[in-house]
Design a protein around this ligand. Structure first.
Ligand SMILES: [Zn+2]
Ligand SMILES: [Zn+2]
Length: 360
């Protein structure tokens, strides 16, 4: 992190995430990643900036340089935060205690993400912008037996299957139509052999929600259904629940977002647009939450505008434009970097800029 103190004024925190993903890059670019790292089991894993966090780091460094060379145009304190481990959802929380002890207090926090949209565009949104993500590992217990003697068993395979089917009703029967909620069972494991009834089954699922209330009620509904199905099966032991890979909701503060959107409209003109709600998740909001301050999070485009327009005209955006986390995700260097640097400076100056000055 870097702290730039420049006289009396508000404190603005800008955050860029730095981490990469275990994806083997296939962009064919001259600067494509050739790096590999090793996981805890000693397996070699490819490393790629498949989410575009290298763009975020570059833009924040550029914004820091611009602010440093233009000190006469602003007053206050600028905090530049380079955050590790966004993809695992624990990087922001992992550094908030240190941040608070070094920085003390901040007035507002901001971050951005490069998206599969035309480069040069910026998008803001008031209210929920990214979903909360929760993963749950559920272990249900049965009683193992010979496959030919089911009367001696409590079959966890049938129990797990019933749970998976019944979980489909959380969205379809318990959620208000129009409220976006996703419940996906991504993994179900039980047993080793066709004629052995195992004694437990493990279900892993992922939940996406856009309000804290819906998040709580959805997770509660899942637990209720699991417990009830275990009872229906006469399961000998209570189910075990383990939460992991959790990201909070990113919900942009209306006043902060309006101030940034107005500054963007002033500077970028019609390149500043409304941002649609995104289904991805982020841990950035853990930082402002720890400071108890409002925040906003915006998107910048990273796709060559001509390529994007061609795909749009052919009705093939989803098929032809590589999205974040794909092995082909390759934000064009310009105008992406200039735009992402300018957004940070313009947004910071909306708090720190000396009045009557608009140019940066
Ligand atoms: Zn990502
Ligand atoms: Zn990302």
């Amino acid at each position: 992190m870097g702290i730039m103190r420049n006289g009396i004024g508000p404190t603005v925190l800008l955050r860029a995430d730095m981490d990469a993903l275990p994806v083997e890059e296939t962009t064919g670019l001259p600067y494509a990643s050739k790096d590999f790292s090793t996981d805890q089991d000693g397996n070699s894993l490819p490393v790629m900036h498949a989410c575009g966090h290298d763009v975020h780091v570059t833009c924040l460094l550029g914004a820091g340089e611009l602010m440093a060379t233009g000190r006469e145009h602003w007053a206050g304190t600028l905090v530049l935060v380079f955050q590790p481990a966004e993809e695992t959802g624990d990087g922001a929380n992992g550094m908030v205690d240190d941040l608070k002890s070094v920085v003390g207090a901040v007035d507002v926090a901001m971050a951005q993400h490069v998206l599969p949209a035309p480069a040069g565009l910026v998008g803001t949104r008031v209210g929920p912008v990214l979903s909360a993500a929760d993963s749950m590992r559920i272990t249900v217990f049965g009683r193992g037996a010979h496959g030919s003697m089911p009367q001696a068993s409590v079959d966890p395979v049938v129990l797990a299957a019933m749970i998976v089917v019944r979980l489909q009703t959380v969205v379809s029967r318990e959620t208000r139509p129009g409220e976006p909620v996703v419940v996906t069972v991504g993994s179900i494991k039980a047993g080793t052999k066709s004629n052995v009834i195992p004694d437990h089954a493990v279900i892993e699922l992922n939940v996406r929600t856009y309000s804290e209330q819906t998040r709580i009620s959805t997770l509660a509904a899942i637990r209720r259904i699991v417990k009830a199905e275990c009872e229906a099966s006469d399961s000998p032991k209570s189910a075990e629940f383990e939460m992991f890979d959790r990201s909070p909701i990113t919900e942009n503060d209306p006043a902060v977002t309006k101030r940034v959107a107005e500054a963007f409209a002033d500077y970028f003109g019609d390149r500043s647009r409304p941002l649609p709600m995104q289904t991805a998740s982020e841990d950035f909001s853990d930082i402002p939450r720890a400071f108890g301050v409002p925040y906003t999070y915006w998107g910048i485009g990273g796709i060559d505008p001509e390529t994007y327009t061609q795909a749009e005209n052919a009705g093939r955006v989803a098929q032809d434009i590589p999205v974040n986390h794909s092995a082909n995700f390759a934000p064009v260097i310009q105008p992406t970097i200039d735009t992402g640097t300018e957004t940070l400076v313009v947004a910071a100056l909306a708090w720190l800029g000396k009045t009557t000055e608009k140019s940066v």
